[in-house]
Structure formats: structure tokens, C-alpha cells
Design a binder for this molecule. Sequence first.
Ligand SMILES: [Zn+2]
Length: 262
Amino acid sequence: MDASDPQEALRRTVELLAGARNALALTGAGISVESGIPDFRGRGGLWERFDPQEYATIEAFRRDPPKVWRMLAELEEVVLGARPNPAHRALVELQEKEIVRWILTQNIDGLHQAAGSRNVIEYHGNGRTLVCLDCSHRVEHAQRGHQIPPPCPSCGAILKPDVILFGELIPQRALQQGREAVDTADLVLVIGTRAEVWPFAELPRIASSRGIPVVEINLERTGLSDSVADITLCGAAGELLPRLVSRLDSGGLRLGVSDFLE
Ligand SMILES: [Zn+2]
């Protein structure tokens, strides 16, 4: 479609949303930037100060957990201090309207759940729980005490946040739920992610190959824009998603004229 007409892109997206009952929202770092969590890979992100090869692989954690915890402690601080933003809340509304059914996120910040979303599939784990690699004991963050690195209350080994480090597999249950969500989706929203990391990257591509409409919401155009996405909306998710919701609320399909008055 004509990417130079953002009003037409918005109008068509509202139309797709109005007709959807099982939409799947795929979210990434971009949706949480407005909550104060910098994209790890971007400017000011974690990987600027911590080489992921050295600090974020499962091998590094097994070799030297206290060292990797220097990075993890910062990660925890950023994630646990963050609050949901208007983009997270707009997705809650789209779920309440029974338009969006599933949210599949690469984020580990738990902000979708904090906003009130349900059916959240966490592809890369979450930062609110810790797991012991030795005895599989799990502890909620609030119960872990202040010691860093935190010891497992069951066996004394060092706990790891229940997030996927490089070299670890996506949780089997999340993979399976993700496939089911794509299989039943009637619309896919890609929000705040370039969807370049596999296997997450395959999800919008599978949808597109099956003729399911894919709408991309990113700050700028990405590798998805020309091949996978039917519609690309460029802008902040925290601005665009609430706008889509309010157009749905006001019967946006019939208010086309206002689109041209903005
Ligand atoms: Zn243990």
C-alpha cells in the first residue's frame, strides 16, 4: 500500500481491528522504551556496557555467576522499577473488547501483566521469578532477599532470573502457545520489534504466508515493512495504540473525515 499516507494506514488498521476477534499482538523492546526500559541493543542499552558474549550467555553464568550477576543486578533494577505505559494499557483495552486474544512478548519486564493483560506468552522468560539451575527451585523476586548474587533457599547454589540467556532454549510451553496463537489468529500486530531474532521472527512471517493481515507499529520502517507487513504505522506505540483504540470507540470507520482534519 501507499506508505506515504499515514491517515489511510490508520483508517485501514481500525477497519482490521474492528473485524478481528482473535488478534495476536507480538511485542518487543520498543513497547517498553516509553516505560523507561532502554532497548538492550540500542543506545543507552545494557549491551553498551556489558558485552553480551561475556555477560549474557548461559555458559558465562555457569562459569562465573557472581560476574554475570553484575549485569543481572542492573537488569533487575531497570525492570522492577518500570511501570506500564499507554501502549500496554491500550492492549488491555483491545483484549477487553475481545479483539486481541493473545499477547506474545520478547520482553521480560512483566509490564503487560502489570497493566492487566491476560493470555501473555513470555518467549524469553520473565524477570520477576528466579530459578535455581541446580535444583530447579523457583523463587519470586520479592522473596529472594537482598543478597547479590542471591542464594537458592533450597540448596544454596546461586539463583538465576528466569530469563533466557543467550544459549538457552525458548521455553517449550511458550513455543507451543505461540504456534497455537498464530494458528488461530485473524490479525497479527507487530509492536516495537523488528522481529529479527528467531524463532520469534518466524511468527509474523508464518501469518503473512497464510494470508493473515499483519500490521506493524514501529518508530521507523523495518525489514518487515516491504515484505511481511500489510500495513506499517510509524510512530511511538504509546501514542498510536491509544489512538487506534479511541477511533474504535468513536466508530472510527464512519469518522473518516476527522482523519483529514488532524
Ligand atoms: Zn537450588
